[in-house]
Design a protein around this ligand. Structure first.
Ligand code: NAD
Length: 293
């Protein structure tokens, strides 16, 4: 079994990006600029946004963090989105999800200019991705493609089972892995909460992508020998042996699954760090106008 080391890969990607930014700036170009909007005090969101800002510093991007109280109105948030859309210095921006219940996340996502949508959540980017056109790919699936690519994992003709059909992970992952080319050309089964005999479906997989949000959900006897396992889940569970009283686990029962598979991503240290690296790659593409003029 080989660990798919998201920490190492994300550090490599950030070094490559930093070298490219240095070259760009030396030639007189502006630094890529990512803005992040953080609403409220959600602890996990604060950690994610801080990690994105820290990564910007590591690669030499300019970053702007816009913090707002949880009671901001939808109209006020839409105004901030509009200002970021109009600001010529901002190449890309994200509005960290989840948002407070009184704000319609879909309306906010739709208001973001798709040319600055470096999270890849806007329906224009989603549609273009589905048709194989240049698009900002959603950051988590993009990070997973990079893991497969950088570890030279064969995908053509493989049977991939994606568990979970969210708009930001499961559904785009299923589309990307079934697209023509590498990494892709898989035969994909997209499973979800209404799937009959989920263990049976997962057992047929050469590649498993687990994005459910239930700790240690995928069990050892659901996984065929030699499968490649990508664990997207980030769940905090109680652990009395830790000083903090908690620890992070994925959606896969790592202890039981790891001995059976050929490759597996750890949690933490796997997909999460690659999501941030993918966001940085998208921001550089936005600055270089690689996707849209
Ligand atoms: P979501 O809640 O939007 O979707 C979960 C999906 O799981 C749904 O499609 C649902 O049908 C499916 N599901 C729920 N219960 C099921 C069951 N019993 N059997 C089969 N399918 C079931 O979640 P999401 O946003 O896709 O996130 C999934 C997990 O990935 C969470 O733990 C989240 O924290 C994590 N996540 C990690 C990253 C990262 O960067 N590593 C990014 C996004 C999400």
């Amino acid at each position: 079994m080989q660990l798919l080391d998201g920490k190492l890969l994300s550090e490599n990607i950030k070094s490559e990006l930093a070298a490219e930014v240095d070259q760009m700036v030396a030639k007189g170009a502006k630094r890529p600029h990512l803005a992040a909007v953080l609403v409220g005090e959600n602890a996990a969101s604060q950690v994610y946004v801080q990690s994105k800002i820290r990564s910007c510093e590591q690669v030499g991007f300019k970053s702007t963090l816009i913090r707002q109280e949880a009671d901001i109105t939808e109209a006020e948030l839409l105004k901030i989105v509009d200002q970021l859309n109009q600001d010529p210095d901002v190449d890309g921006f994200i509005v960290q999800l989840p948002l407070p219940k009184h704000i319609d996340e879909e309306r906010i996502t739709l208001a973001i200019d798709h040319r600055k949508d470096v999270d890849g959540f806007h329906p224009i980017n989603f549609g273009r991705m589905a048709q194989g056109l240049p698009a900002f790919l959603p950051a988590t699936p993009y990070g997973i493609l990079e893991i497969l690519r950088r570890y030279n994992i064969e995908t053509a003709g493989k049977h991939c089972v994606v568990v979970g059909r969210s708009n930001i992970v499961g559904t785009p992952m299923s589309i990307l892995l079934s697209r023509k080319g590498y990494p892709g050309d898989c035969t994909v089964t997209l499973t979800h909460s209404r799937t009959k005999d989920l263990p049976g479906e997962v057992r047929r997989a050469d590649i498993i992508v687990a994005a459910i949000g239930i700790p240690q959900f995928i069990k050892g006897d659901w996984v065929k020998d030699g499968a490649v396992v990508i664990d997207v889940g980030i769940n905090r569970i109680e652990d009395a042996s830790r000083k903090s009283g908690t620890r992070l686990v994925g959606d896969v029962d790592f202890e039981a699954v790891a001995p059976k598979c050929s490759h597996i991503t750890p949690v933490p240290g796997g997909v999460g760090l690659m999501t941030v690296a993918a966001l940085m790659m998208n921001t550089l593409k936005a600055c270089k106008k690689e996707i849209y003029q």
